[in-house]
Structure formats: C-alpha cells, structure tokens
Design a protein around this ligand. Structure first.
Ligand code: TYD
Ligand code: MG
Length: 452
C-alpha cells in the first residue's frame, strides 16, 4: 500500500503546507500549524446519489420544506420557522455562554410535543445532565441522553433511537475512530461534521452540533466547519450580563441576520418578548452623552442606548475605546465631527459604549454615535423622549436607511415622542406616524437643532 504522506494545516484558517511553519502565512497566527494525518479517501463523504443526468432548471422539483417547530419561538424565528429535517445546524459560542442549556431546553420542548430527541454529550455525564435538566424543567420521557465521544457509537445510537433531533455536544470532544489526529484537531472536527451531515441527510434527522469558539486556536473552532454544515448560528452575550443573542450567519434554508434574544435565569434560558424594553430599563435621564438609537437586527427593530464620554486627554495619543460598535466606524465619525463641525476631538479621549453588551453592526447607528459624542463634548444633555437613526457619510451628510416605518413604530410603542431621521426617509413616513418626525440632511443641521 502506498504510504499516505502527512501534511501540515493551520488550525485557525485551514491553510495547508507540506512542511511545518511557526507562523501561518495565510492568517498570521503563531503556533497554529500542526501535522495532520489524512486517512485517504475519508474526507468529503457526502451523499452520493448514483449520477443523475442533468435536467433543465425549470424541470427541477422544488423541495417540499417541512419544518419542525422547536417550541421556542425565538429559536424558530432565528432558523426561519423551525428545524428542517435532515439539516445540520452548527451552534457556536464561547465556553459557558449557555449552548448546552439552550439545546437541552430545545430538546425537552421538542420531546414534550411528542417527538424524540437524543442528546449526546462528550462533556458531561448523563447524571450531570439530568440534574441540570431537573433544575430547568427540561424533563421528558422522549428525551434520550447518552454520554459518548466516539462518533461511530453516536451514529449507532442515532440508528437505534431514530430521533427527530440529534444534539452532539460538542464537536471538539467527538472523534472518529480511524483518524490519528486528536479530538478537536481540524481533521477530526471536519470529519465529524461531514459524517454527521451524511447521516442526517440519509435518515432525515435534524442534527445540532455544538462548537466552542476557541480563541487560542489550540482546537479547531466552528469557523472551520461553516462551509460544511447547512446552518450556522452563534450564541453571543457578555458573561457579566444575563441576556444572550442567537444570531444566524449562514442558512441554506432561510435568511441570515435573524436573531433571537434570551435571558439566562436561575432556571435556564427564558425568551425575551420585548428586548428594547430590557435594553433601556436602566437608562439614566438628563445626563450628557446618552442617546437612544433604533437599530434593525434582522427583521426586528431594536432600541438601544449609546453612551459616549469625551474628556480632555493627558496622553500624547488620544484614546479611543469602543464597545458594541466598530472602532473604525467611530474613528471615521470622529473625523467627520472634527472636520465638518470643528470639534477639536484630537485633544480628547473618546469612549463609546452600547449599553447592555449588544453589538450593532448597522450604519444606522452612526447618527446616534455622533449625537452622543457631541452631547458629551458640549456637556448638554438630550431630551430623553428623542430617538434617532441614520447613516452618516464622509461629507457629514445623513443618508437614508431601510425600514424607517418599522423603526418609527417601535420607537413610538416604547413611548418616545420625537425621532430624528435622514431627510430622504422623512417624506414618505410623515403621514400616519404618531411620533414627531424630524428629517435632517446633514450632521451640522441636526446638531444646530439639538444644541443651539
Ligand atoms: P452552559 O450551557 O453549560 O454553557 P456552554 O454549553 O455554552 O459551555 O451554561 C453555563 C453557564 O450558564 C454556567 O456558568 C451557569 C449558567 N446557568 C445559569 O445561569 N442558569 C441555568 O439554569 C443554567 C443551566 C446555567
Ligand atoms: Mg456545554
């Protein structure tokens, strides 16, 4: 038999090389390139149909997509209406964020609707899981538990139980018997995911694969599996805060950008019905540097408070400390304020924070950031009844954003009475809005209304 040559692969990004390297030339990480042992043909075990002849696209039958509701509306909404039989969902997140808790609850809810769920854990014993399940009321005779790390055995359990939902916790502790690489290595996690994909597809079983996000790269993380699985979800949140956000980043059966919001309680995860209310609960009134923006998360408007603190700097290089929004975005907005409004921000430290640990990736938050910064810089508090949204361009112009009506409605529902928005969004929505709408064309004009 020909000897199969080993090769080296970066655990961070998957870069392959015939020789060992201290630093990955692809992603630049140190010490992540390790030796891999291919099994020869073991890779890429997809579903192989006996070759079917090509057909015109108009004659291809569309799939009859059925979905199983999990009993958790927030999870279903994130997935696009429930889990799709035969699909593999990868759930990534930091260790301790609540992935096991969430999926145990999902499994129990599904089982309580008369469907079978199999929860396989390589991290805890069945007894430990039972103790947790009792505490969070996730008990059901149709919820099966197994403590197992060998993939072949997991598939055997799956064949015997034939669950509607199979949960594998986690991809890093599961290993394929024939592979030489240790559990958690890139070739192992890939092989585990690939084999679970073909098992799920063949049997029509929905599979949830839990993957820890690993910062040091000593294990291969969910990033390395995103291209294999059908759906990728991240479970995010700050450990210090109680709420968690389920965010979908890839979905072969639905849209991305949807989110689900939960709160971690003593008795497991609880769905948050009105997230805006939660995020604004502790909002201070009459202070400078605080403004509420209406952001969109997927199809859902979300009101969050942005805080800014601008203080004279004592360092030669002014500090820019930002959480919850993009640092580069803030740097651009500060430059716009400096150049267009003449605010000498290069002599100031600037801190920007989205309250509650939410992360906003939308440019519609721009207007909130410049308003909060200006309020803190001028030391003038804002009217607590106002909200704003809008993208800011480099010339200081305020650009239109999508979903203006939804945003206005959410702001009005939460009791806000005045909304600053892009001029281009104003006209169409003035009528019918039960909130005072002020369209603004430039940052300059808006600050003049607010602070003069
Ligand atoms: P866990 O689901 O084990 O996280 P992961 O699987 O992502 O590593 O959740 C761990 C944390 O959640 C743990 O620190 C305790 C907390 N927790 C609660 O606050 N309430 C609960 O009901 C449960 C089960 C866990
Ligand atoms: Mg866990």
């Amino acid at each position: 038999m020909a000897k199969i040559k080993t090769y080296f692969e970066c655990q961070q990004c998957g870069y392959q090389t015939p020789r060992w390297m201290g630093r990955c030339p692809e992603c630049g990480s140190w010490g992540t390139v390790v030796e891999e042992h291919p099994t020869g043909g073991g890779r890429g075990v997809g579903v192989r149909n006996p070759s079917a002849p090509p057909v015109p696209i108009t004659e291809v039958q569309g799939p009859a997509l059925t979905r199983i509701p999990t009993g958790f509306p927030e999870v279903d909404q994130t997935l696009g209406g429930g889990v799709v039989p035969g699909s593999v969902v990868l759930i990534g997140g930091d260790p301790g964020i609540g992935k096991s808790t969430l999926l145990l609850q999902v499994a129990a809810r599904l089982a309580n609707q008369g469907r079978k769920a199999l929860y396989v854990s390589g991290e805890e014993s069945a007894e430990q899981i039972r103790v947790r399940a009792e505490r969070i009321s996730a008990m059901s005779p149709l919820l099966y538990l197994a403590a197992e790390t060998l993939l072949e055995a997991i598939i055997e359990h799956g064949e015997r139980i034939r669950p509607d939902l199979l949960i594998v916790d986690s991809v890093q502790t599961t290993y394929v018997g024939g592979l030489e690489s240790p559990p958690g290595s890139l070739s192992q996690v890939r092989e585990v995911a690939t084999r679970l994909m073909s098992f799920s597809k063949e049997r029509g079983i929905s599979t949830c694969l839990i993957g820890h996000v690993t910062k040091d790269g000593s294990f291969a993380g969910p990033k390395a599996l995103e291209h294999i699985v059908d759906t990728v979800i991240y479970f995010e949140g700050e450990r210090q805060h109680t709420y968690r956000i389920l965010r979908v980043t890839k979905n072969r059966f639905g849209s991305t950008h949807e989110i689900g919001i939960f709160e971690m309680t003593e008795t497991g995860l609880r769905e948050v019905g009105n997230p805006s209310q939660l995020f604004l609960a502790e909002r201070p009134q009459g202070v400078t540097g605080s403004v509420v923006v209406v952001a969109m998360e997927g199809t859902r408007p979300l009101l969050v408070e942005i805080q800014a603190l601008v203080a004279p700097t004592h360092a030669s290089l002014p500090r820019r400390v930002v959480t919850g929004v993009d640092l580069h975005r803030v740097a651009i907005l500060l430059a716009v304020l400096e150049k267009r409004l003449g605010m000498p921000l290069s002599t100031c430290d600037v801190f920007v924070n989205v309250v509650g640990g939410v992360r906003i990736t939308e440019p519609a938050a721009d207007l909130g950031i410049v308003t909060a910064v200006t309020s803190s810089f001028r030391n003038i508090p804002l009217d607590p009844g106002m909200v704003c949204f809008g993208e800011v361009g480099l010339t200081g112009e305020i650009r239109a954003v999508r979903h203006a009506v939804k945003r206005l409605h959410e702001a009005w529902q939460l009791g806000f009475n005045r909304c600053f928005l892009p001029e281009a969004n104003e006209g169409k929505h003035r009528e019918g809005a039960e909130i005072d709408v002020i369209g603004v064309g430039t940052v300059d004009a808006m600050m003049a209304i607010l602070f003069s």
